[in-house]
Design a protein around this ligand. Structure first.
Ligand code: GTP
Ligand code: MG
Length: 217
């Protein structure tokens, strides 16, 4: 029987851990494009990755900060219906970067993050977009501002993603939206996300899709 299927936005249909790296020779080979995720330790990065991929346990979630200590690569397959008969699939790497601002990392020098993270961000030719995660309840932390300024200076294409938005009421959300816009000015507006409720998922998947495929249509 023929069933009518309305075109839908992009979604992730497969996600798998591939490799961990602290040196370039440990990065996966090939020319698969990359979308990276970075944020203060405990900002909710692993939870967001699991929500985005709809894959519980893909990235480790913990109550203790500083869980992710290596650059972790996940291979992702996205799928998008472009008409009733046609769909397209594409492959990319999701790159989970260690959280910054955790006391035990790199205290000897005054960098926000270890040099192997800076090396990756500055030298990866396949990095198309870096999602910088900011906690909805703490939009004004100096360390996030420092990270943002560093990334801007380096010319990294940025998307601000605001995490844990379910913890705010609507008035607080409005306030947070204003503060974030002032603190982190970017071309594209910030995306408000809740990993608990999966709000913001469609927006973020659309943004990633747009960055990877460009304006093909
Ligand atoms: P590290 O890797 O340890 O630096 O932390 P992380 O940034 O990966 O954070 P993680 O996803 O492990 O989440 C940290 C804590 O915040 C956990 O207790 C999560 O359950 C909680 N959390 C993360 N995202 C959300 C969210 O959207 N809403 C709520 N209410 N809690 C969240
Ligand atoms: Mg984590």
């Amino acid at each position: 029987m023929y069933t009518r299927k309305a075109p839908t936005g992009p979604r992730i249909i497969a996600s798998q851990y591939v490799a961990s790296a602290v040196r370039p020779d440990q990065y996966p080979e090939g020319d698969t494009v990359e979308i990276a995720f970075l944020g203060r330790s405990n900002v909710g990065k692993s939870s967001l990755i699991n929500s985005l991929c709809n894959h519980r346990g893909l990235a480790l979630v913990s109550g203790q900060p500083g869980k992710t200590k290596t650059i972790n690569f996940f291979s992702i397959t996205s799928k998008e219906d472009i008409s009733e008969e046609e769909e397209r699939r594409f492959e990319w790497f999701l790159v989970d970067l260690p959280g910054y601002g955790y006391a035990k990392t790199d205290k000897s020098n005054r960098n926000i993050w270890s040099s192997f993270i800076a090396d990756y961000i500055l030298n990866s030719e396949r990095l198309m977009l870096l999602c910088l995660l900011v906690d909805a309840r703490h939009p004004e932390l100096p360390i996030d501002q420092e990270a943002f300024n560093w990334l801007r200076e380096a010319g990294v294409p940025l998307q601000i993603v605001v995490t844990k938005t379910d913890k705010l009421n609507s008035k607080e959300k409005q306030q947070s939206r204003r503060l974030i816009k002032d603190q982190f000015p970017t071309e594209e507006p910030p995306i408000f996300y809740s990993s608990l409720k999966h709000t913001g998922r469609e927006l973020l998947l659309n943004r990633i899709n747009q960055v990877i495929l460009g304006d093909e249509e």
